[in-house]
Design a protein around this ligand. Structure first.
Ligand code: GDP
Length: 291
């Protein structure tokens, strides 16, 4: 198992070279978000509310059925959420342990959120981006064929545990089913499952393994669309609409609003942090609208 240092995406965001971005050791959440707040409003929307920005590209009057405002926190709430993800002496954010079986998993005191997705969907990159305010965290990556894949646990202060599930796909269905099924079915403190879908290719056959599990176990889950910087706007719009239609018509437990993200540009990362802080019961935002 190899560990990779984080590469905060703030550097890219503000037009610095990647060297400058990765060379900085610590970002104060406040500094990071105050920089974001200084962006012109169009850029700010693109970065913080990418779905909203995308919606603006539809032909006026075409009324695409995207759910934009079910979770729409204020910028203040988003700024507050950053503090949960900012490492300090009083808020330790760290890798806890790995497990191949549920009885090896750490205790149940904190609420948990887990991330699942096909191999290569961008899961490690997303977790690194979420932890970019805690540059000392080592996000563990195990990709060598034949190596046992593990469930990795990260402690986020006293607030919650973030769980990185083994990637699934054509070559690893057994790993996924054996290990992950038990976890999803039995983990009592699991508050939300984040199911990653590659926005470039949309929902693939292998993604259905995870979708069906979440549905079967009646888990509350959220679809996160990765790598949104990779496609043209037109292609991305098409994929997002298809996935939204799937969520609306074929799922019961999936949160109706999609979360598009890019680990490269940091787009959607602030909103996702805020959502996690909220649903783990740590930040009461005014962001949830029930319509
Ligand atoms: P994992 O197997 O799901 O953990 O996927 P990784 O995080 O290792 O990403 C797989 C590949 O996709 C790597 O080459 C990443 O650099 C690339 N990647 C991940 N996220 C993004 C993203 O948001 N944008 C772009 N352009 N590439 C990404």
């Amino acid at each position: 198992m190899a560990s990779h240092r984080l590469r905060p995406c703030v550097g890219r965001l503000f037009g610095m070279g990647p060297e400058l971005g990765s060379g900085r050791r610590a970002y104060s959440a406040f500094q990071a978000f105050t920089e974001v707040l200084r962006l012109p409003s169009k850029q700010l929307t693109k970065l913080v509310f990418p779905l909203q920005e995308l919606h603006g590209h539809f032909v006026p009057g075409s009324r695409p059925d995207l759910h934009l405002n079910i979770f729409h926190p204020s910028l203040e709430d988003i700024a507050r959420a950053e503090s949960f993800f900012t490492a300090s002496a009083r808020n330790r954010i760290e890798y806890l342990s790995s497990a191949v079986r549920l009885d090896h998993a750490p205790d149940l005191r904190r609420p948990e959120v887990c991330f699942i997705g096909r191999s290569n969907v961008g899961k490690s990159s997303l977790i690194k981006a979420l932890f970019s305010l805690a540059p000392e965290v080592e996000v563990r990556v195990s990709k060598k064929p034949g190596h046992t894949k593990k469930i990795n646990f990260y402690k986020v202060g006293k607030y919650f545990t973030l769980v990185d599930m083994p990637g699934y796909g054509y070559r690893a269905p057994e790993d996924f089913v054996d290990m992950v099924e038990t976890y999803l079915k039995e983990r009592k403190n699991l508050m939300r499952t984040f199911l990653l879908v590659d926005s470039v290719v949309g929902i693939q056959k292998a993604d259905n393994i995870a979708i069906e599990m979440c549905e079967e176990f009646a888990l509350p889950y959220v679809m996160v669309l990765t790598k949104i910087d990779k496609s043209s706007k037109g292609h991305l719009l098409k994929q997002v609409l298809q996935i939204q239609k799937f969520v609306d018509t074929k799922t019961q437990g999936c949160f109706p609003q999609l979360f598009p993200v890019s680990a490269m540009t940091c787009s959607g990362i602030h909103l996702l942090r805020c959502f996690i802080a909220d649903i783990t019961g740590n930040l009461k935002t005014t962001g949830f609208q029930f319509s």
